[in-house]
Design a protein around this ligand. Structure first.
Ligand SMILES: NC(=O)c1ccc[n+]([C@@H]2O[C@H](COP(=O)([O-])OP(=O)(O)OC[C@H]3O[C@@H](n4cnc5c(N)ncnc54)[C@H](O)[C@@H]3O)[C@@H](O)[C@H]2O)c1
Length: 260
């Protein structure tokens, strides 16, 4: 541990597994307190217990459906009380899509993806901001995707949500800058990373994870898919004061995919 976020207090959504879990470990290892939240309350608790076993008093777990405004208010209040403040918000919770083309898509499905992937980010930024402003030096990291910067057939709902996250991040960054608050806001755009969100691709490959990952890696110049820590390292940088002059920016974690 080198204490890159020592003294900071982070709330990470969707942290029971996947990328959020890697981010929670990374930030705790580097000295932050972490509130790990997820609609999977047991998973969040298990993670917080494991982190606290290695870093006593560093982790707290909260049941949290990010589509619910009342839950945001309650979870932020509890996190601030547990950690003594809030200086980092990582809006990570998100869901994939069903790979249906637009003519077959339903409004219900569209709204579900919007609620989890976009409305959650508006709610998080809105309700965390007063605490972030009060913290002295704060950072919001919104997890978008390469799918917010480049489209693919059958990914309409997901593409639209991740593009919205990309642009909304800039709005928040500019509002905070104009307000003279020391709150930065940036977006992170991963390509395929080994987490359960890739399960539909594994199912399409007949359950063979290795084959699925190799197929997904074909379009990536580095010829592999990513590890959760590839994203967590970027979040660590953006959460820390090392990135104090960085706001309204997008970070592609994509093995060179969008350089083509
Ligand atoms: N893994 C990838 O390949 C990849 C690529 C690009 C972007 N992303 C983005 O990264 C983020 C994390 O994805 P992941 O790969 O870790 O996925 P994951 O499915 O492994 O984890 C997502 C977590 O979010 C939680 N969650 C889902 N809906 C929720 C809700 N309404 N309220 C609270 N928690 C909820 C789940 O319980 C789960 O723990 C998502 O925003 C995703 O879109 C992932």
């Amino acid at each position: 541990m080198t204490g890159r976020v020592a003294g900071k207090a982070a709330l990470i959504t969707g942290a029971a597994g996947g990328l959020g879990q890697a981010m929670a470990w990374m930030l705790a290892r580097e000295g932050a307190k972490v509130a790990v939240t997820d609609m999977n309350a047991d998973g969040a608790r298990t993670l917080a217990d494991a982190i606290s076993a290695e870093h006593p008093g560093a982790a707290f777990a909260f049941a949290h459906d990010v589509t619910e405004e009342a839950a945001w208010v309650s979870v932020i209040d509890q996190s601030v009380a547990a950690m003594g403040g809030l200086s980092i918000l990582v809006n990570n919770a998100g869901i994939g899509c069903d790979f249906v083309w637009s003519e077959q898509d339903t409004l219900e499905n569209w709204r579900r993806v919007q609620a989890v992937n976009v409305e959650s980010i508006m709610l998080g930024c809105k309700h965390a901001m007063p605490h972030l402003r009060a913290s002295g030096a704060a950072s919001i990291v919104n997890i978008s995707s390469v799918a917010g910067l480049a489209a693919a057939p059958g990914m309409g709902a997901y593409n639209a949500t991740k593009a919205a996250v990309w642009m909304y991040t800039k709005t928040i960054a500019l509002e905070a800058a104009k307000g003279g608050w020391n709150v930065r806001c940036n977006s992170v755009h991963p390509v395929f990373i080994k987490t359960p969100i890739l399960d539909p691709f594994v199912a399409m490959a007949g359950g063979d994870e290795e084959t699925a990952h190799q197929k997904l890696a074909r379009g990536i110049p580095l010829k592999r898919i990513g590890e959760p820590d590839d994203v967590a390292y970027c979040v660590l940088y953006l959460a820390s004061d090392e990135s104090k002059f960085v706001t309204g920016a997008e970070f592609k974690i994509d093995g060179g995919m969008l350089a083509q």
